[in-house]
Design a protein around this ligand. Structure first.
Ligand code: PEP
Length: 243
C-alpha cells in the first residue's frame, strides 16, 4: 500500500487572528500539491483556521492534547475538544513539550491513545539530543522513544511519526542525508504498520533543503517549524514535494 506525502507546519506559540490571510496564499499551492498539507496553529486559532481552510486541501492540526477527554485539568485541552474545533491531527511528544513540560514517553503514549480515541491522527515526535547523536546512541534512543510512545493499538490505526533531532530544531542545523535515511529506515523497521505509516523529517526544513530531504528513502514528508510561519517559504516547501 502506498503512503501519501505529508507536509505539516507547526506554528508553535506564534500567530494571532490577523494571520489568517496566510491561507489565501497557501491554499492555491496546496490545491496543486502532490502532498497532503497540514497546518498546526496555536489552539486559540484552531477554529478560525479550520473555518478559513474549509473547501481547501489544507487540514488543521493541534500541537498537543491532554491524555483525558474531560475533567479537572485547568488550562488543558482534550483531543475531543480539538476535534470539535476542527482539528484532524494533533502533534504529541514534540521535543519542546518533552523538555519544557517534562513529558515522558508514557505521557506521550497516553496522549496518542487519547487522540486516536477522539478520532484524531496523532503525529508522534521522537528525536535524539546532540549529546546522544555524538555518543553514537541516536538510533537506540529513538527506538526507545518509539517503543514507549506508540499506543497499544498502533498496528490498526492511522498515525504519523515525526523524526526530529532535537539539535536540528530551530537551529538551522540539519541532519545529514545519510543519517536521516538511516534513522528513517530504523524507525520503519520498528513500526507495527511499516507499509502505511508516514515518517516525517523535522528540523530546520527550509525551501533550500526540502527537495533533497523529501527525496530520501523512507522520508514521507516534513514537519516544518519556523519556515511554516512564512506563506512563501511554506508554499515553496509544498512545491518541493511535487505537484
Ligand atoms: C518543529 O517545530 O517541529 C521544527 C522542526 O522546527 P524548525 O523547522 O523551526 O526547526
Amino acid at each position: 500500500m502506498s503512503r501519501r506525502t505529508l507536509i505539516a507546519g507547526n506554528w508553535k506559540m506564534n500567530g494571532l487572528s490577523g494571520a489568517l490571510g496566510y491561507f489565501d496564499a497557501v491554499a492555491p499551492v496546496a490545491a496543486q500539491a502532490a502532498a497532503d498539507i497540514l497546518v498546526c496553529p496555536p489552539a486559540t486559532l484552531l477554529y478560525p483556521v479550520a473555518r478559513a481552510c474549509e473547501g481547501t486541501r489544507i487540514r488543521v492540526g493541534a500541537q498537543d492534547c491532554h491524555a483525558h477527554q474531560s475533567g479537572a485539568h485547568t488550562g488543558d485541552l482534550s483531543a475531543s475538544m480539538l476535534r470539535d474545533a476542527g482539528a484532524s491531527h494533533v502533534i504529541v511528544g514534540h521535543s519542546e513539550r518533552r523538555a519544557d513540560h517534562g513529558e515522558s514517553d508514557r505521557n506521550v503514549q497516553a496522549k496518542a491513545a487519547a487522540a486516536i480515541a477522539a478520532g484524531l491522527v496523532p503525529v508522534i515526535c521522537v528525536g535524539e539530543t546532540l549529546a546522544e547523536r555524538e555518543s553514537g546512541e541516536a538510533i537506540d534512543v529513538v527506538a526507545r522513544q518509539l517503543a514507549g510512545s506508540l499506543p497499544d493499538n498502533s498496528a490498526t490505526v492511522d498515525l504519523v511519526i515525526a523524526y526530529e533531532p532535537v539539535w536540528a530544531i530551530g537551529t538551522g542545523l540539519v541532519a545529514s542525508p545519510a543519517d536521516v535515511a538511516d534513522m528513517h529506515a530504523a524507525i520503519r523497521e520498528r513500526l507495527p504498520n511499516p507499509a502505511t505509516t508516514c515518517i516525517l523529517y523535522g528540523g530546520s526544513v527550509k525551501p533550500a533543503n526540502a527537495a533533497e530531504l523529501l527525496s530520501l528513502a523512507d522520508v514521507d514528508g516534513a514537519l516544518v517549524g519556523g519556515a511554516s510561519l512564512d506563506a512563501a517559504d511554506f508554499s515553496a516547501i509544498i512545491r518541493a514535494a511535487g505537484s
